[in-house]
Design a protein around this ligand. Sequence first.
Ligand SMILES: Nc1ncnc2c1ncn2[C@@H]1O[C@H](COP(=O)(O)OP(=O)(O)OP(=O)(O)O)[C@@H](O)[C@H]1O
Length: 684
Amino acid sequence: MEVDGIRSSSDNPSGSKSGVSPGQRPSYVDFSSTSGLYPSLQPFDERVIKRLDSELFNETASTEEHSVADATAEDEKLKTFLRIRPVSVQIDNARQVIAVQDCQTIVAFSNPKNTHTFQHDRSRKQTEFKFTKVLGPECGQSTVFEECVTPVIEKFLKNENCLIFSYGATNSGKTYTMQGHGTEYGIIPRTLDAIFTRINDRQYKVGNIRPHLYEAFLHLNPSEVDLLYEKRDRVITEASIKQELMHSYRLSTSGFSDKSGMTVDIIGGGGHTFDLCNLHSDSTLYSVWVSYAELYNERVYDLLDNTTFSKSKRRKELKLMQDRNGFVYVKDLTEFPVTSDEEAYKLFLAGRKNLQFAATQMNMHSSRSHSFFTIRVVSLGIGDGLVPYPKTVHRLTFCDLAGMERANQTENEGFRLKESGTINNSLTVLLKVIRLLREKQLHGKHGVGMIETIPFRDSKLTHIFKSYLTSSTHVCMVVNVNPDPFVAESTLQVLQNSAIASNVIVYRPIDMAVPQHVPDFGPQGKVIGKPPLPPGSVRRRDSDDSSAQTSSRFSTASEADEYEMTTVVAPKTLAQKLAMLEMENARLRDQLAHSEMEKQKIREDMLKMIVEERILWSNRLQQRMLTEENLNRRRLSLMKHEVMLSPASRCGRCSPPTADMEDIDETFEEENEDSNEDDSDKEN
Ligand SMILES: Nc1ncnc2c1ncn2[C@@H]1O[C@H](COP(=O)(O)OP(=O)(O)OP(=O)(O)O)[C@@H](O)[C@H]1O
């Protein structure tokens, strides 16, 4: 039976109940609950996206519900938490934008005809949005951490990759949630504390086995380790982190979590108690590494590379690479070993100093870039002769996205306006990718084939997100909103977008289910076996990564097989070809836009320089004219004086003394030369 183009499980040709053939991963979407809503779709059909949008924010219905709970596989869904920031002004009912219904539901009010002026109007449309959890303005930093991050830490310590990202309009509290403000510590410092509390005395502090690429390892020799620690300490020292900051962090972290033993309650006692010994075998040790990158104007920069601290130098742009399993990572990104939460927090603060911020009309300290703070933990087993060897590496990334901006509210101009254009563009692409993922999943499309048709390459942000959204990563989105009626339109837009995101399933696609990327280490750390290359890919030797070549003992096969993000798999079908051409087209358009932006900036800089030069020269000219005027005046008065003093003038018969006049002229010229010398001194 087919309903609106979607097959129900009963007419599945394979005959299996779930609608998939044996061995194939089942669809996680319950068609029976959605089949009446969605018609048959073609890939990349923009009308469909519009339709999904309008369904999510229906123009006609007075109340509707978008529930994250109405589909199966809740655990694999992208988790969405809504955090509503407090506002200083009292908002009356007539102007209210959102109202919390219960711990999972909010109602948004809108008047599409006049969204700016929220008049008291009973016919105002109400839309219900459901989240994994709603955190109202009364929720402090510790509650947010407890609700959103505690379960993630649990998964992270069970060897799962995790991503927590904050999404929202500008000034909605994303950075406040991630980093915190003053002693109101955000989720990043709290997580650092919680992780080190858990791994406690199981840390491997040597720092000679480091994560490499996306999921590989490198073995460093002692001099390389020394250099790395030296560089790390230099980064911390040069950032000159204020002692008061560290002091208050130390005081606060004693309250974040219980450091007394191995069995700990992750803050606040909400039934999250677990015993570390149950998570890993006794022979497992942990090595912790941190990195910090930012994506500014579609360029990736290293925030922990101390050469970038010097503002006079041009920052080095880093490349995005893809390993043989399709995982995207930042090539040559600095990653430091850390042995305590304090060390990690110092590095975080050092990197934060390098982040791009600016004051806008909406936020005095507005993030101008997307930032990625990543904690990687290498789990090590103990081999013969008590030699540790790496088993797995997994990551927890915190992404603080720049905020969606409306030009009429931020009042940005010139370069800032273009900057906010880039921010909005990358966020739009991210949402487009999320929408398409959801659309495909609604139609039971999974696996590598489906992923190839998603335009991850349209922006660098989605390049980076690809690894998280298409692998078995635990993804958690913190949606920040500001209930102020002034920003109602942005708030409604953010709610709509997050409703789509909450229905996306994040999983490892069936074609990639074989964990080829996990190296098969013998107890001595030897690499066993080498999986074949993906179809259509070209083996590429990376010549400039010297460390990759010098330290090969633990390197996996995937290390040698990395591809720049521009490498594409040969298309098989016409639709795939079209999709790839579209992606390439978008990428080239992006590049063009960037070079235009660069050109414009250079033009603006040059114009500024010309104007400054002009002002300088006109000042000099004025000065010169003044000097000449003064000298002329002096010459005239001298002449007068001379004429009055000369004997001839006294007898009143003789002509003026020419010789004396010449002297006066010489004096004038000398003085003039002096003043010229003064001027040239000033110039020098
Ligand atoms: N829950 C909250 N409690 C108290 N203050 C908050 C809260 N959320 C945000 N703020 C305050 O609001 C202001 C803006 O917050 P923040 O800089 O985090 O916004 P943002 O969403 O990161 O903005 P942008 O996208 O422009 O960088 C800050 O002064 C911050 O301290």
